[in-house]
Ligand binder design. Sequence first.
Ligand SMILES: [Zn+2]
Length: 326
Amino acid sequence: MEDTKHFTELGLVNTRDMFRKAMKGGYAIPAYNFNNMEQLQGIVLGCAESKSPVILQVSGSARKYADPTFLPYMAKGAVQMIKALGADIPVALHLDHGDTFDLAKSCIDSGFSSVMLDGSHHAFMENAALTRQVVDYAHKREVTVEGELGVLAGVEDEVSHDVSHYTKPQEVEAFVEKTGVDSLAISIGTSHGAYKFKIKPGEEVPPLRFDILEEIAQRVPGFPIVLHGASAVVPEYVKMINAFGGKMDDAVGIPEEQLRKAAGSAVCKINIDSDGRLAMTAIIRKVFAENPAEFDPRKYLGPAREELIKMVKYKNEHVLGSANRA
Ligand SMILES: [Zn+2]
């Protein structure tokens, strides 16, 4: 039997107000992915401590991993926890890369306040029709919807593409109009996963296509734009992982100064998944390397959660500009 509830019952908000303020204030809302309790706590505590609004984000497979019935209560638990600590920040629960109407509907019915319908692998008309169907269902329930135009390269859970296709700015107006979406993910050179670019030593990562972003912002003024695949792939974490027995050669991400620049533009939401994974993995590897006899999960997941809090605060303050905006 389905456990139906509205997001307001979980203490969540949709993304409408967050994006309106972010657009006006020249910053971006962080959207951090999570799969388990320590990640979730690390994210909300980091955001509560830096007074940042936050979008808690799960992919379809992360939702399956945590369990679809259990997951909304995790979000509610997180909201209640930070309230008990005296923090008052807006929290949204968002489906990342929803690929069917049924998945989006199931998330909305279970308490999500925002969903993405990623139809970017379909032709334009098909993508628009599918997205419209989700928007019609979502908006009746005050749930906000993110669409996508253009394809990002890289691997993220079940989403995987070899090459990226930049968003065509001339398609954006018609897509926004036809679908009624609240925000749009675009492809301007970010990429999913921890291995974003194949570069030789000494070579620079190719810069984001700010010209495409600017043209889109001119065509749909004031409309919230989303960047996926926007982890920096923090080099210190990669180094730490490799130093303590890991093997992550050639992992490389988006330079933080480019993300900071994007956050000051029409970009209102920046997705960060890989960096959170790296932070936790680096610390867990360090604990195990230094204390091979350790077998209490609190002794490795606890420090990993602490590191995630630190990382989230740093990102909010120095990359997204969302600190002190709650
Ligand atoms: Zn993505």
